[in-house]
Ligand binder design. Structure first.
Ligand SMILES: Nc1ncnc2c1ncn2[C@@H]1O[C@H](COP(=O)(O)OP(=O)(O)OP(=O)(O)O)[C@@H](O)[C@H]1O
Length: 235
């Protein structure tokens, strides 16, 4: 079967430097993620998970190393070029949902499309937003404000916002951290279902129960990949 490589990192290093201190957050990370994979990354506090996710998500650049996403070299892009590529290629889901309280569900989900140049037509935006809201079973709530929804529902809206631009990869950071176990399980089931339908997912979690749901589990320690355990899983 032919596969497409979505993520290709080689020897990624991240060093944070201040006048007195040098912190090696990532030490030579090699990472490949194929289209359709569901990968989890876990590890103890301070091991480099957020630093890696920030580079994967084009929020930060590495000190050294190469990063190709969906065939585009992102290793040495300036801030503006990185932002354009991020909008096109990356969907984010955060622990804290990060929805805008003043906007209704529809407008929250539409946001990544409205930042696009050229901006899609209103009709196109409506079609895409309602389609992803249907995928997460929240179309009936499109006029609600985030504070009128449960935590689990808010995270489903955040997932819809992550998916609306048809990204190459959905980056998910501790998606159940703010949820009770019932809502957490529901969000994890939704991610598994989206992956089964073809969405490529990379999730950072320190919860081993949820790491198990990914097709491949990676472990970070002191800025290095410990092991790569491959399962027949969802791929
Ligand atoms: N902006 C920064 N300036 C200096 N050091 C930093 C910065 N960001 C992270 N670090 C350091 O880099 C290392 C990795 O941090 P990172 O936040 O990536 O870990 P993490 O695995 O996400 O931790 P946690 O699970 O606690 O969120 C840590 O030693 C941290 O102190």
């Amino acid at each position: 079967m032919q596969t497409t490589t979505m993520i290709e990192m080689r020897n990624i290093t991240k060093i944070f430097r201040t006048e007195e201190l040098e912190t090696h957050a990532l030490r030579g990370i090699d990472l490949e993620i194929e289209a359709g994979e569901y990968v989890s990354i876990s590890g103890p506090s301070g091991c480099g998970k957020s630093s890696l996710l920030a580079i994967l998500g084009l929020l930060d650049s590495p000190t050294e190393g190469s990063y190709v996403i969906d065939g585009r070299d992102a290793s040495n892009l300036g801030v503006n070029a990185r932002a354009v590529l991020r909008n096109e290629k990356i969907g984010f889901v955060f622990q804290a949902f990060n929805l805008i309280d003043e906007l209704n569900v529809f407008d929250n989900v539409a946001l990544p499309l409205r930042y696009r140049t050229p901006t899609p037509s209103a009709k196109d935006i409506e079609r895409k937003v309602m389609s992803v809201l249907t995928d997460v079973d929240m179309a009936h709530r499109h006029k609600h404000k985030p504070n009128q929804l449960s935590g689990g529902q808010q995270q489903r809206i955040a997932i819809a916002r992550g998916l609306v631009g048809n990204p190459s990869i959905l980056l998910v950071d501790e998606p159940t951290g703010n949820l009770d176990s019932k809502n957490g399980d529901m969000v994890m089931d939704l991610l598994a279902q989206l992956n089964a339908q073809g969405t490529t997912i990379c999730m950072v979690t320190h919860d081993p129960r949820y790491g198990d749901m990914a097709g491949r589990q990676l472990h970070l320690l002191d800025g290095q990949m410990l092991e790569a355990v491959a399962f027949a899983g969802a791929v």
